[in-house]
Design a protein around this ligand. Structure first.
Ligand code: 5MM
Length: 348
């Protein structure tokens, strides 16, 4: 048994506690700046701090969120009154998390595919983040589906699964619960059947590699993408079909001892992100051995970011918009979300 086993088990359980999800706010500076630039928000460290503070200080965020995933810059920042973000998160009853991958880079010999990097010095970086107060980590691998049917290649799936497993083993050795995130991208015109096939192969290989690296399943959280038709596919699957295909794929590949499933939203609409999660919890709750919840970034943040636009006077209302998405997704994790909640909001 690893030195941190008991602590890791308790942390993993708390991350997916009933009615709670994980707040992904670990955008690298490049991604954050891209989202800011699209709205005319200055792409400076100062504005990134203000925005992350807006999220973390949204009143009673901890009612819905077990912990935020931070980025290296963010974990070193403080609120404007000088409270380190990590301490603010702990005082609010949440668990600080940290993204530790260094990004998905072009994969040599595999045009159009990416492999996630970040294993160099990872043991030391984990020790530093643990000492700073982080208790869980995240690493995202991306798998691309192409129109011709050539991608993903087997080499890409295998390399990314291997990276995820090496990362997860190092995290458990150093006291951080690994969030294992293999994202099958939604970009493209592929059908839901093709997404199911690729997600199935990807998850199967991820768990082969996790076993090989002796990762403890009850001390990790899986962050998968949903099984869904590509964004530009003309035949979009309905909510129940997405929920059924996703759960079918998870049941086939994910050991029952995994502490929890926390989905990414992956560029789905914010309403679909809630509706799909809700349908899984309404229709399949009894068949799932793990809690099924969310670890969304865009599907929680976007309405707040769109409203804020860098204007300090808009912070309180932006926080309310963020909290609404957190609340709705918390309801979806309990199977208690309904489209009526959206209509009430729109005043329909
Ligand atoms: C897939 O992205 C993760 C979940 O976000 P969505 O719910 O918006 O899909 C998210 O945690 C992502 O890993 C970070 O935003 C990563 O950003 P970088 O900058 O590393 O691509």
């Amino acid at each position: 048994m690893g030195a941190y086993a008991q602590e890791l088990r308790a942390t993993a359980k708390a991350m997916v506690a009933r009615g709670k999800g994980i707040m992904a706010m670990d955008e690298s500076n490049g991604t954050c700046n891209k989202r800011f630039a699209a709205l005319g928000i200055p792409t400076t460290e100062e504005y990134r701090q203000v925005y992350r503070q807006l999220i973390l200080t949204a009143p009673n965020l901890s009612n819905y969120i077990s912990g935020p995933i931070l980025y290296d810059e963010t974990i070193r920042q403080s609120t404007t009154d000088g409270t380190p973000f990590v301490q603010f998160i702990q005082d609010a009853g949440m668990i600080p998390g940290i993204k530790v991958d260094t990004g998905a880079k072009d994969m040599a010999g595999h045009p159009g595919e990416k492999v996630t990097e970040g294993l160099d010095n990872l043991r030391d970086r984990i020790a530093e983040y643990y000492a700073m107060g982080a208790r869980f980590a995240k690493w995202r691998a991306v798998i691309t589906i192409d129109t011709a049917g050539d991608l993903p290649s087997w080499g890409c799936i295998e390399a990314n699964a291997h990276g995820l497993a090496r990362y997860a083993a190092l995290c458990q050795e150093g006291g951080l619960v690994p969030i294992v995130e293999p994202e099958v991208l939604i970009d493209g015109d592929h059908t839901i059947e093709r997404c199911l096939e690729v997600t199935d192969r990807t998850l199967a290989e991820v768990f082969v590699q996790l076993r090989n690296q002796r990762v403890e399943f009850d001390q990790m959280v899986l962050k998968p993408s949903m099984v869904i038709a590509g964004k530009t596919c003309l035949q979009q699957a309905g909510v129940d079909e997405v929920a059924a295909a996703t759960i079918q794929c998870l049941q086939k590949n994910v050991p029952a001892t995994v502490a929890g499933i926390a989905f990414l939203s992956g560029g789905q609409s914010i309403e679909n992100s809630s509706a799909h999660l809700n349908a899984m919890n309404v229709k399949f709750r009894d068949r799932c051995p793990w809690p099924v919840t969310f670890s969304y970034a865009r599907a929680i943040q976007q309405p707040a970011l769109d409203y804020w636009r860098g204007d300090s006077r808009r912070i309180p209302e932006a926080q309310q918009r963020l909290l609404r998405r957190a609340e709705f997704n918390s309801a979806a994790s309990l199977g208690q979300y309904s489209s009526k909640m959206e209509q009430a909001l729109a005043g329909v």
